[in-house]
Design a protein around this ligand. Structure first.
Ligand SMILES: Cc1cc2nc3c(=O)[nH]c(=O)nc-3n(C[C@H](O)[C@H](O)[C@H](O)COP(=O)(O)OP(=O)(O)OC[C@H]3O[C@@H](n4cnc5c(N)ncnc54)[C@H](O)[C@@H]3O)c2cc1C
Length: 400
């Protein structure tokens, strides 16, 4: 059972991430917020993050699209985890193999990793094809190895993946000296490099929603779906804070909040809070000296800091996880507040990892942090497809 016994809906006054602070001019941010919802729709999508946005676009960009598609969003449009992430579009290149194969077997583990790689290429093609200005930066990323224990784990995962026939053609090992030189992280015991990207996910999501709205999507912001009940076989009533919609098809793109409307998912989808930060670099990391790769500076599997410097403005997005974050994650899933101790620990770790960082001038260093709620599954893969035990037509799409 989930430790959350009551249904939990997105909190009404969430803190703002960097991605949100830089996109508040978007004219569709509060679309339909004061209107009543229609009484009927062909499709109702609940949630306006990347999952909901892509579903809407795929449905409408179709030779025979549904004639009316409605999207309900409890808060501002695109304000869930998509608006709160740490900037990475970073496939798992090899490291997850050990954990995935233990849970799903070798064949599935290889497929999961292959799929992650494919998603990066699909994202790249999609963004380029549609010309979405979302600061997409296709670059190299590195796992920077900071402990002997983690070095051994990584080596084992790498060689097991290799022995199982996994594709390592894009993966490069860097020994300690080279790793320190290339990453500028003192103390690196080694590094592993592969292809990934960074992006501004809110700009991406807004770009997709713009295209979907141009094709007829109606969005209702500040409109919480409160329940989904069956009227009769194949027909649903979506009750919301702005009226009830009757529809044959419901798409749950609610991520961490899924079990509020589908309570039996409470034991499967666990809401977990994570935190990221905006950091202005010191002079040594500006201009010609920006970091050229993105990093996961890793002390262990559960103790790491993600570092993604944006070529567009030099800002560093600093995310991560450690024991303190694990404890913080047990908090009620509210993304209104920021844990100051996690923020100061993260910036301290960044300062100590990058020996060129030096003393920060006024205006440099940690600017602010934000939190977001992830939807975690016990088998570490997303739950996508028809909702088990419900008639087909009632569709579930969730991304972890
Ligand atoms: C701090 C942090 C860092 C992360 N870093 C990365 C990263 O670097 N790279 C990466 O790939 N992923 C990262 N993630 C994960 C990634 O952000 C999510 O997996 C992804 O954005 C999920 O998209 P989604 O559309 O499924 O869900 P969301 O974006 O969460 O969208 C769900 C939406 O549904 C709405 N909603 C929920 N319930 C209701 C309801 N009853 N009625 C109406 N609306 C409702 C919510 O308000 C929300 O807008 C991070 C997440 C966090 C929190």
């Amino acid at each position: 059972m989930s430790h959350h016994d009551e249904p939990y809906f997105p909190s009404s006054q969430p803190c703002l991430s960097y991605w949100q602070r830089t996109t508040r001019h978007w004219s569709r941010l509060t679309s339909g917020a004061n209107e009543s919802v229609p009484q009927t729709a062909d499709v109702v999508i609940i949630g306006s993050g990347l999952s909901g946005a892509l579903v809407a676009y795929e449905l409408l960009y179709n030779p025979s699209p549904p004639s009316n598609v409605v999207m309900l969003e409890a808060r501002e449009v695109c304000s869930g985890a998509t608006a709160r992430h740490a900037g990475h579009c970073r496939p798992d290149a090899y490291r997850g193999y050990s954990a995935y194969s233990a849970k799903h077997g070798s064949e599935q583990a290889i497929k999961i990793l292959r799929h992650e790689k494919r998603v990066l290429q699909l994202m790249k093609t999609f963004i380029e094809t549609h010309g979405i200005d979302c600061d997409f930066n296709y670059s190299k990323t590195v796992d920077v190895i900071m402990s002997q224990h983690f070095l051994e784990y990584v080596k084992r995962s790498y060689s097991d993946f290799d022995a199982a026939g996994g594709d390592l053609s894009d993966v490069t090992w860097l020994e300690s000296e080279e790793a320190q030189k290339i990453t500028r992280v003192s103390g690196a015991l080694g590094a592993v490099e592969w292809t990934a990207a960074t992006l501004h996910s809110v700009k991406l999501c807004q770009g997709i929603l713009d295209m979907a709205m141009d094709l007829g999507l109606a969005i209702f912001a500040n409109t919480t779906a409160q329940s989904v009940t069956m009227v009769r076989d194949g027909l649903w009533n979506v009750e919301s804070s702005r009226g009830t919609i009757t529809t044959p098809t419901v798409v749950h793109a609610t991520n961490a909040y899924a079990s509020s409307l589908l309570p039996f998912l409470g034991s499967i989808i666990q809401p977990l809070r994570a935190q990221a930060h905006a950091v202005i670099p010191t002079q040594a990391f500006t201009g010609q000296s920006l970091l050229t790769q993105t990093y996961s500076i890793r002390y262990s599997l559960v103790d790491f800091y993600s570092v993604a410097q944006r070529p567009r403005d030099g800002l560093i997005i600093l995310g991560g996880a450690n024991e303190e974050i694990q404890r913080d994650r047990l908090n009620w899933p509210d993304d209104c507040s920021v844990n100051k101790s996690i923020a100061s620990n993260a910036i301290e770790r960044l300062r100590s990892a990058l020996s060129e960082w030096k003393e920060e001038a006024e205006g440099e260093g940690l600017q602010y942090g934000w939190t977001g709620i992830l939807g975690m599954t016990p088998d570490s893969v997303p739950l996508i497809g028809a909702v088990p035990s419900l008639p087909v037509g009632h569709t579930l799409r969730l991304i972890q």
